[in-house]
Design a protein around this ligand. Structure first.
Ligand SMILES: *Cc1c(COP(=O)(O)O)cnc(C)c1O
Length: 308
């Protein structure tokens, strides 16, 4: 896969505050195995091959980006895939799951109670009886190998920067990026879940699993969840529309837009200090659902370029 490009954006709301911002366009890594999901899968796919597995099994919600990425990776690299989905089957499949099924992923469902216990040996054994032996990738794809994959991101950035920001769900991306920084650089993760304080512990744990110790150069920002996971109040919708008008880029709304809103707010308040050179990781493109109601409703990337 290609190295994702770095682009500076010019926005007077930042320049007035003396903040410079570059976008690390991981949304352009690949059309199917998107964004940070490719970085997290890369070494897991190698480990699955080395351990002789031909099937990948993973977990996720019905709109999970991770489920789609695993389905696409299996299709491309020759693994059978099983997606264990939280909740009941709903037909017809939504566009996310229809895509996964189309890539050859077999879908199975766990009620919410069992789903919560999905990593218990008992539940995993039941899945093994049903699906045969598999290489297990955790929900959201975050494990030590995923963290190692994400740690490569900063090395691709040929620029002196002070701060790198990413949205956080499970924290695997933040754990890796922070571990890959040079001395003096810092990472900031924006929790997209309410109660994101849990990330302080989870990110440290993931760094210990991957590298033996926490890196201490990162923090979690918990104030920009907008009501919780996959909540989109009008304020966020307006921000996405305005950002599109200014920069011709549709921000993926579940993760990326919340981080971006947070960066602008922290620059405005001075919490991101004047003089800061900041990189924002665009961790993924809009999902198939968002394409249906995106601002500008651009049908093709070509249409996007012309506007503004
Ligand atoms: C999955 C995902 C994330 C969350 O990454 P974590 O490593 O779980 O914190 C962020 N952005 C996008 C676009 C994602 O799909």
């Amino acid at each position: 896969m290609a190295v994702s490009p770095l682009q500076e954006i010019h926005d007077e709301r930042l320049s007035e505050r003396g903040v410079r911002l570059w976008l690390k366009r991981d949304d352009l890594i690949d059309a199917h195995i998107t964004g940070n999901k490719w970085r997290k899968l890369k070494y897991n796919l190698a480990a699955a091959t080395e351990s002789g597995h031909d099937t990948l099994l993973t977990f996720g919600g019905a709109y999970s980006n991770h489920i789609r990425a695993v389905a696409a990776a299996g299709h491309r690299f020759g693994f059978a895939t099983v997606g264990v989905i939280r909740g009941e089957e709903r037909l017809p499949l939504n566009p996310s799951l229809a895509y996964a099924a189309d890539q050859g992923m077999r879908l199975t469902y766990l009620d919410r109670g069992t789903y919560r216990r999905k990593t218990d040996a008992q539940v995993v054994d039941t899945l093994k009886r049903e699906w045969g032996d598999f290489y297990l990738i955790p929900e959201g794809g975050s494990n030590a190998l995923a963290v190692r994959g994400c740690a490569e991101l900063p090395h691709e950035i040929d620029l002196d920067f002070d701060l790198i920001c990413c949205p956080s769900g499970t924290g695997g991306t933040l754990a890796g990026i922070a571990a890959g920084l040079a001395p003096g650089q810092r990472a900031l993760g924006f929790s997209v879940l309410k109660g994101g304080e849990f990330l302080n512990e989870d990110v440290a744990d993931l760094q210990i699993q991957a590298f033996g110790r926490p890196s201490g150069n990162w923090a979690v920002q918990t104030g920009f969840h907008f009501g919780g996971f996959a909540k989109k109040p009008p304020e966020l919708t307006a921000f996405i529309g305005d950002f599109f008008d200014r920069h011709a880029l549709i921000l993926e709304w579940i993760y990326v837009a919340k981080m971006m809103y947070g960066i602008f707010a922290l620059a405005e308040s001075g919490a991101i200090e004047p003089g800061t050179r900041c990189v924002a990781v665009i961790t993924g493109p809009p999902g198939p659902e968002q394409a249906l109601d995106a601002p500008g409703r651009a049908g093709s990337p070509g249409e996007l370029v012309g506007r503004r």
